[in-house]
Write a protein that binds this ligand. Structure first.
Ligand SMILES: Cc1cc2nc3c(=O)[nH]c(=O)nc-3n(C[C@H](O)[C@H](O)[C@H](O)COP(=O)(O)OP(=O)(O)OC[C@H]3O[C@@H](n4cnc5c(N)ncnc54)[C@H](O)[C@@H]3O)c2cc1C
Length: 387
């Protein structure tokens, strides 16, 4: 395994021709089906539901999933290539909304029964149903082991009461992969249930109004005596905490890619603007201070991207990268924080105006160091490895 990795790393060949083909087809999809409409979708606070089906038709939703479930298996660099191209829509919200299945389905694919995969994975990968992940509660997101939504066993059902919040795609989700308390206090009393939105007692708030990620709908979800069949439980009872932690690893890798691309797009826009915009009779790029800013931005983005790729290759090779992925998330977010800040600065007043890409990137970026585990929680994880 390690041998395989070092071979891969030494030639730096993360992407092959096959990955490039996927990249090209996702680019075509973004150019044709997203870019012409994205500004309107951002303002509307959601994209058309039909986009899931369209993305499924060109095999985007199923990248990395087993063929038997309608997916196209492949290493993690297929997913990275696709995510990078989707991010070229310039809308973190669109990517998060379309990609909510990638945080909702993996626990079912890894730990579900064949029957559960047939019911809850296949229709989502076909773009027929929307899936979301529901872990965070109004009372707290970082302290997952203390979650309170209770699921009390009653014959062959669980009776679920409580609420979840900040759920991406939560307004329109047909099913949520939901963390609930089935046992006593702490990490050992948690299970994952797939709860369908048409279950009596299940209700959803209006779209939550956000700083960024406008094109994704974000909801609070309420459970009032929701009766959920025991057969909807993913994995063993009270083992859900481990499934949640496992799931966080791929989510954090995806957030690294989002942060790197947010920074990349902001850098590219600022570089072009610095060449086009003049002040004091010369282009902004003629000022050394601007050139050096762009150099720093380019350097930081490249280093962060390489670190993300390297860790992704190691994960693919079966290596444990919990510490490293936490480091990569914090590093990528610190880069995207700095780069989006400087990009707005280089754009001057226009950078603060709606309709300019750097303005949206700046807003969308703010979430990245909060979602999927905050910067502080990443540091807590890293500290356990190094101390
Ligand atoms: C737009 C958006 C989309 C989201 N999508 C989803 C989704 O699809 N599904 C889902 O389940 N959740 C989702 N979330 C929730 C997200 O994962 C949580 O917001 C995040 O985990 C933080 O939880 P919290 O907001 O409750 O903050 P809290 O846990 O209350 O933390 C507040 C502050 O305290 C700090 N803090 C907490 N504990 C410690 C500690 N031990 N040491 C040091 N500092 C600490 C945190 O770092 C943070 O700065 C989303 C959030 C947003 C904003």
């Amino acid at each position: 395994m390690a041998m395989e990795f070092s071979e891969k790393a030494s030639c730096q060949k993360y992407f092959t021709k096959a990955h490039d083909l996927v990249r090209r087809s996702v680019k075509e999809f973004v150019d044709g089906e997203i870019l012409p409409y994205i500004d309107d979708w951002e303002e509307a606070g959601e994209f058309p539901r039909d986009l899931y089906r369209k993305a499924a038709e060109v095999d985007i939703l199923g990248i990395g999933y087993p063929e038997s479930l309608g997916g196209t298996p492949g290493d993690t660099f297929f997913k990275i290539a696709a995510s990078e191209e989707l991010m070229r829509s310039g809308s973190g919200g669109l990517v998060a909304g379309l990609g909510s299945l990638d945080i909702a389905l993996p626990p079912i694919v890894r730990h579900g029964t064949d029957e559960q995969k047939e019911r809850f994975v296949k229709p989502v990968l076909a773009g027929e149903r929307i899936a979301a992940l529901a872990v965070t509660e109004p009372g707290g997101g970082s302290d997952v082991a203390s979650l309170k939504t209770e699921a009390i066993r009653d014959g062959d059902h669980y009776v679920v009461n409580g609420s979840k919040t900040f759920i991406t795609s939560g307004c329109r989700a047909d099913q949520i992969t939901c963390a609930v308390r089935t046992g006593g206090e702490g990490a050992h009393g948690i299970s994952f249930l797939v709860i369908e939105a048409d279950t009596p007692g299940y209700s959803v708030s209006d779209k939550l109004k956000k700083t960024g990620w406008w094109a994704s709908d974000t909801a609070e979800i309420f459970f009032d005596d929701c009766r959920v069949p025991v057969e909807n439980r993913i994995g063993a009872e009270n083992q859900g905490f481990y499934l949640i932690m496992e799931n966080f690893q791929s989510e954090r890798q995806f957030l690294c890619v989002m942060a790197n691309m947010t920074a990349q797009l902001a850098y590219e826009a600022a570089r072009q603007y610095a060449k086009d915009r003049e002040a004091f009779g010369k282009p902004l790029s003629a000022f050394q201070v601007t050139r050096h800013k762009l150099v720093d931005m380019a350097t930081q983005v490249e280093v962060s991207r390489e670190f993300t790729y390297r860790i992704a290759a190691k994960i693919d090779a079966g290596m444990d990268q919990i510490k490293e992925i936490s480091m990569a998330k914090n590093f990528a977010c610190s880069v995207s924080d700095r780069v989006t800040w400087e990009a707005v600065q280089i754009f001057g007043g226009y950078g603060y105006m709606r309709g300019y890409i750097v303005e949206r990137l700046f807003r969308d970026n703010r979430l990245l160091s909060i979602g999927g585990g905050t910067t502080e929680i990443m540091k807590e994880i890293i500290s356990k490895f190094i101390l």
